[in-house]
Design a protein around this ligand. Structure first.
Ligand code: NDP
Length: 325
């Protein structure tokens, strides 16, 4: 495994990490979660990502039970949660957003579900127009000073809002945001590469990036239709199916269709190639993998070898063919 600093912090995360969205508490029960977390940890993965909203709290519960059963040393791994959407399907006004009340409650509840005494990383899952950024910074600073959180960050915040939070923290001698969790993959790269570009040097921002396979599209599994046993084949994920495979995304489907041949040429699988591409960006602190079964996780962890093996010429060839589709 390769380890990378989380931005300017001293925390070293594994370049490949593992998350629970859609899977834990839905497709993946505690026994399967335990198997996958053990496999990830045995391969050097030291960061497991979660959120209050994933499976309405069940994803954290399952991860907590599995981590507890595995009895991994707490100083050897990092775990996260995120607050904003709320845990319940129809949350009351105080049960969602980024108010001091909800951030405090969400943190306490995540600690209980995950069965840990502190969260290594705690994210504001989206910006909240109804909470002043000053309140967010003060709340997160307070959770850190209470020992409940070690690092706080944002997820899918505009660069201007991250800059405002960092400036307020600096002026008031409070602890500012350390990391952002954006989507980053071959089909979705502008925010990480352009919008956030000044923030890496200015505030030492780290990134824990999500959906390296665009929910599976970049594995090639959707080329011939939607398999029933797949993320986009699930009944209540029509919105995601539309967003990944909808009529507006023809170009993405065409580009994804290029991957199998390119991967075969380069001696790896499409998933490994897509994940290795994310690792090429030095501003990516860790690529969060998703998997619904252990075989996928094993395959995806092989992306690290591909990243180490492919040279600049191979990547230039790849980028040229991929972009031409
Ligand atoms: P991916 O884009 O990699 O999608 C993962 C899914 O693709 C798997 O669950 C599986 O679904 C399928 N898959 C994975 N590997 C393979 C393979 N080798 N062959 C075939 N199919 C495969 O990542 P996620 O979208 O899951 O994102 C990763 C993590 O990032 C999440 O778990 C979460 O922790 C975080 N995240 C954060 C967000 C945020 O807003 N901050 C938003 C989204 C994710 P299946 O088998 O069911 O088809």
């Amino acid at each position: 495994m390769e380890y990378r600093r989380l931005g300017s912090s001293g925390l070293k995360l594994s370049a490949l990490s593992f998350g629970a969205w859609v899977t834990f508490g839905r497709q993946v029960d505690t026994a399967a979660a335990r198997e996958m977390l053990a496999e990830a940890h045995a391969n050097g993965v030291n960061f497991f990502d979660n959120a209050e909203v994933y499976a309405h709290g069940a994803a954290e519960q399952v991860m907590g039970e599995a981590l507890h059963a595995l009895a991994l040393p707490r100083d050897g791994y990092c775990v996260s949660s995120k607050a904003y959407f709320g845990r319940l399907p129809d949350p009351a006004p105080t049960q969602r957003g980024l108010s001091r009340k909800h951030l405090t409650e969400a943190c306490q509840q995540a600690l209980r579900r995950l069965r840990v005494e502190y969260l290594d990383l705690f994210f504001c899952h989206r910006p909240d127009q109804d909470t002043p950024v000053e309140e967010v910074v003060i709340s997160m600073d307070s959770l850190i000073r209470q020992g409940k959180v070690l690092y706080w960050g944002t997820s899918e915040w505009p660069a201007a809002a991250i800059t405002a939070a960092a400036a307020f923290a600096r002026a008031e001698h409070l602890i500012g945001p350390q990391m952002e969790q954006p989507q980053y993959n071959l089909l979705h790269r502008e925010r990480v590469e352009q919008e956030y570009a000044p923030l890496y040097a200015q505030i030492g921002l780290g990134t824990t990036t999500w959906s390296p396979l665009a929910s599976g599209l970049l594995t090639g599994k959707y080329a011939g239709g939607v398999p029933e046993q797949s993320r986009l084949g699930q009944n209540d994920y029509e919105w995601l199916r539309e967003s990944v495979l909808g009529a507006d995304n023809g170009r993405n489907a065409r580009r994804a269709a290029r991957l199998p041949a390119l991967a075969a040429e380069l001696g790896c699988t499409p998933a490994q190639l897509a994940i290795a591409w994310c690792l090429r960006n030095p501003q990516v602190s860790t690529v969060i993998l998703g998997a619904s079964r252990v075989a996928q996780l094993r395959e995806n962890l092989g992306a690290l070898d591909v990243h180490q093996r492919l040279d600049d010429a191979a990547w230039r060839h790849f980028e040229a063919v991929f972009a031409a589709a």
